[in-house]
Design a protein around this ligand. Structure first.
Ligand SMILES: Cc1cc2nc3c(=O)[nH]c(=O)nc-3n(C[C@H](O)[C@H](O)[C@H](O)COP(=O)(O)OP(=O)(O)OC[C@H]3O[C@@H](n4cnc5c(N)ncnc54)[C@H](O)[C@@H]3O)c2cc1C
Length: 437
């Protein structure tokens, strides 16, 4: 059967777009398992033909932008959309773009910025992140409070279903949903419901001005207090983040490192006058609150470079932590209590462990040092989050919450519901074998 499948796949995408040599496949894969082949389709019709083949033969398939997770994909097919990377239309009048799913996120952002337009979602998957993956991952970032999460920008899509049909949904207008919101249902589906081939994205005008203000403080408690004063003054910037001292020490803003200590990072975007005015106000506030050092970046290149460093730092810590990062949310008003509670659980919060806080989202991400017993720490952090009205992020958070409340039935029902939706789309269960949701 394998030879027959390879032959048919070759006839769909062409021999030059099918990789079956294990050494060459490695460049497209993350994970240890080996699929039968990597295919690089050139358009929707080829995607549909590959999926139909896999569905007919009951072969597993996983899709990715420029790399694919091979988890659960032994003997299956990995589909890489890097050839489907065109920006098909930029409609200035309606502030909409139509983009192929394999387009690089960074390339797309740059291309529209050159035309005075803006797409705020910001994955930290690095230069290789694709637009299709941004929508399929469905994660929020630290700009989501001001600009809304990625789903806000999805006006429509084209998706090949696991059975090979092509589904088109949405149009260039925002008000086209009433009742079940199918357009946004695919956001976060992580390749389980189909392969997205094109997306219709809402754009914004590029902000006229930017400023980045960085302050270092004597303690985490002081840094969080300053962030809370900023919110009390009703200043809600594009980003308001906090880093503990070990992470902050790895960033070099503009002219070089600033005084050691936990840092508050503020990114202002908006009109010229208001942005300058707010930057002055924040610099004054930082000094008044006893910042060890405060710095305002006003040159676009320095600002871009700084936030690029920030994304790389997050990714580096995330990659190094593998599955040890603890991600939880409590709501901005409870951040001080959450940090207090964490400090009791993790004595080295401002020395060994890495800590990133997206203040406006109330999101704390801890990279505990290897000395900590992860399962025990997860339970404790979960209890702390629940006590403060929050939760651990994602499916894990929901499962642990159910366990803590002794509501295991609730968890089972949630799993049965999502499994049911998945099997309605994908009756043979061929898609995304490594994703459990
Ligand atoms: C706004 C935002 C915030 C993020 N924040 C975090 C975070 O806090 N923590 C974290 O761990 N990650 C986060 N991520 C995800 C992380 O950055 C991802 O690695 C990245 O977005 C995906 O990049 P990729 O192209 O390498 O992914 P890929 O590995 O290509 O894809 C990621 C997922 O999407 C699916 N997929 C890809 N393309 C398609 C398609 N065309 N059709 C259907 N399914 C597809 C894949 O099967 C996979 O499940 C965030 C992403 C975004 C967009």
């Amino acid at each position: 059967m394998q030879d027959k499948l390879l032959e048919k796949l070759t006839s769909v995408v062409g021999a030059e777009h099918l990789v079956e040599n294990p050494a060459q496949m490695g460049a497209f894969l993350t994970g240890a398992e080996a699929p039968l082949a990597v295919v690089l389709p050139g358009g929707t019709a080829e995607v549909a033909a590959v999926i139909t083949l896999c569905n007919d033969l009951g072969v597993k398939l996983c899709v990715g932008g420029h790399t694919v997770s091979s988890k659960g994909l032994s003997g299956g097919v990995a589909m890489v959309l890097s050839r489907m990377n065109r920006v098909l239309e930029i409609d200035h009048e309606n502030l909409v773009a139509e983009v192929e799913a394999g387009a690089l996120h960074s390339m797309f952002q740059q291309q529209i910025a050159e035309q005075g337009l803006y797409f705020p979602p910001e994955p930290y998957g690095g230069e290789g992140s694709s637009i299709g993956a941004c929508i399929s991952a469905g994660d929020l970032d630290c700009k989501s409070f001001l600009y809304g999460p990625p789903r806000t920008y999805v006006l429509g899509f084209e998706m090949v279903l696991p059975t090979g049909e092509v589904l088109n949904c949405g149009s260039k207008v925002i008000k086209n949903v009433s009742g079940y919101d199918l357009i946004h249902f695919i956001v976060g589906s992580r390749g389980t419901l189909g392969v997205i081939t094109k997306v219709l994205l809402k754009l914004l005008p590029l902000p006229e001005a930017r400023r980045t203000i960085i302050g270092s403080f004597a303690s985490l408690a002081k840094a969080v207090q300053v962030a809370q004063i900023i919110m009390e003054r009703k200043i809600y910037p594009a980003r308001l983040n906090l880093l503990n001292a070990p992470l902050a020490g790895q960033l070099a803003p503009g002219s070089g490192p600033i005084a050691a200590g936990p840092q508050v990072l503020v990114d202002l975007e908006g009109f010229q006058n208001s942005t300058e005015h707010l930057a002055d106000e924040l610099m004054a506030l930082f000094r008044l609150e006893g910042a060890r050092d405060a710095l305002c970046l006003d040159q676009p290149a320095a600002i871009d470079d700084f936030w690029r460093q920030w994304l790389q730092l997050k990714k580096a810590y995330h990659d190094a932590a593998q599955d040890r990062a603890i991600d939880f949310l409590v709501g901005p008003a409870h951040l001080a209590e959450a940090l207090n509670g964490l400090e009791k659980l993790v004595a080295d919060l401002d020395s060994d462990s890495g800590l990133i806080v997206h203040i406006l989202n109330g999101n704390l991400r801890l990279f505990p040092s290897p000395a900590h017993d992860l399962p025990a720490l997860l339970q404790e952090v979960n209890r702390l989050a629940l006590r403060l009205g929050g939760n651990l992020a994602g499916d894990l958070g929901y499962r642990l919450k159910c366990e803590e409340l002794r509501e295991n039935e609730m968890w089972q029902e949630m799993v049965a519901l999502t499994d049911g939706i998945r099997s309605r789309f994908d009756p043979k269960g061929i898609l995304a074998p490594g994703v459990h949701q």
